[in-house]
Design a binder for this molecule. Structure first.
Ligand code: SAM
Length: 221
């Protein structure tokens, strides 16, 4: 079970590793099969994990993955919406992968109210399935710094992953940064295919969306 993550989950595990310090826990929200935290525990990236899922069947799958890998003493599985009922600690790395951007936004909005100051010591690794520009807009307007962005291609789909830290200081992103990603834009030299994929998606959407149409009309430096 050492190397059996998919490309997308492997990218998320690798990014999580860069934010882990001794004592960090991985909190995997919407864990389902539990493969990511199981991999991280088995490979020594984190010593402890919390797995949450809103639905009973996936939460049971996550619990089975933990038990099957003899990790029950290092991992807790909670059937809950987002992080409701889960206490965050400094240096935690929270992963939300495979959820919609608006769902991620709502989960984060509830914890800002609850955990404002602790959040400054927590890293969020977010892989929204959709509504990525909307999520970036929410994050910037609510004081989350986007420290890194990465992408990968798996089974015919591109995925984007955002690494985010709460500072409490809101800022504005340009429309181009919202759609293409403020950090991702700096990597387009090496991530040409992902930019071309976004160009194709947005040129279709631009037909019915003036905001995207305007972004595409602007000269690209
Ligand atoms: C597509 S799966 C993703 C599984 C895994 N995170 C991955 O990336 O491969 C989405 C999972 O998130 C769970 N989920 C959706 N909304 C949630 C929420 N608000 N809180 C917790 N879990 C949620 C679903 O029940 C489902 O098991």
């Amino acid at each position: 079970m050492k190397n059996d993550l998919t490309v997308r989950l492997r990218l998320i595990a690798d990014l999580s590793r860069t934010y882990a310090v001794p004592g960090s826990r991985i909190i995997d929200v919407g864990s389902d099969h539990g493969m990511l935290p199981v991999y991280c525990l088995k490979n020594g990236i984190f010593a402890r994990a919390v797995l949450t899922d809103i639905n009973e069947a996936p939460a049971a799958r996550a619990a089975a993955a933990v038990a099957d890998n003899c990790l029950s003493d290092r991992a807790e599985v909670v059937c809950t919406d987002g992080l409701d009922g889960v206490d965050l600690r400094r240096n935690d790395v929270v992963v939300m992968a495979g959820l919609g951007g608006n769902n991620i936004r709502d989960i984060i909005a509830r914890i800002i109210q609850r955990d404002g100051d602790i959040l400054k010591g927590v890293t969020f690794i977010l892989q929204p399935q959709k509504s990525i520009p909307e999520l970036r807009e929410y994050l910037s307007a609510n004081g989350f710094d986007i420290s890194d962005e990465e992408c990968c291609f798996e089974s015919g789909f591109y995925y984007c992953v955002l690494c985010v830290k709460y500072t409490g200081v809101p800022y504005e992103l340009t429309d181009r940064e919202l759609y293409y990603g403020p950090v991702m834009m700096t990597k387009f030299g090496e991530r040409k295919e992902y930019k071309e994929f976004l160009d194709r998606v947005y040129s279709v959407r631009a037909r019915g969306d003036k905001r995207i149409a305007k972004v595409l009309e602007e000269p690209y430096g």
